[in-house]
Design a protein around this ligand. Structure first.
Ligand SMILES: Nc1ccn([C@H]2C[C@H](O)[C@@H](COP(=O)(O)OP(=O)(O)OP(=O)(O)O)O2)c(=O)n1
Length: 139
């Protein structure tokens, strides 16, 4: 079922749900011994490579990928999922609560990069404007 379609089988996907499913998956195959932090990191980087290959040589692509075939989007979803699942598993294997860590990081980002008031001509405090912020403003 697609997101937003409704229906009684629709579940909200949480990081905790993915963490538990990956744990069950590894236990059921006796793969816990292979799921060390280093192995999981390398596996995730490999999947980032596979994800990159999908975009390789295509040039810039429009947001929402309107020109892509359904099967290409399905493949993209699979590679994005591989990266996410290994990241979730890596975090678990390191004893890091990924959801909590990510929320905290968003708060830290907001302090480091204060929001710009709407209708302001000033693009932000020069002290806080990083190269990245300036690049985004130009796009
Ligand atoms: N030791 C392993 C092997 C696989 N997986 C899980 C996590 C990933 O979601 C997916 C990765 O499987 P593959 O290594 O078969 O990679 P792909 O699905 O990308 O297949 P391929 O590389 O053939 O395209 O399976 C895992 O948890 N632990």
């Amino acid at each position: 079922m697609k997101n937003g379609e409704g229906g009684e089988n629709e579940e909200v996907v949480s990081l905790e749900m993915l963490r538990k499913k990956m744990d069950d998956f590894a236990k059921a195959r006796d793969w816990e011994k292979y799921h060390s932090p280093r192995n999981l990191l390398l596996a995730m980087v490999g999947e980032v490579g596979e994800l990159s290959e999908i975009f390789q040589w295509k040039g810039e692509v429009a947001k929402g990928l309107p020109d892509w075939k359904e099967e290409e989007k399905m493949h993209l979803g699979e590679e994005l999922s591989d990266v996410l699942l290994y990241l979730v598993r890596l975090s678990d294997s390191c004893g890091v609560d990924l959801g909590k860590a990510a929320l905290r990081k968003i708060e830290l980002n907001a302090i480091k990069y204060p929001a710009i008031k709407h209708n302001d001509h000033c693009v932000g405090d020069a002290e806080h404007s990083s190269g990245k912020t300036k690049l985004n403003e130009e796009n």
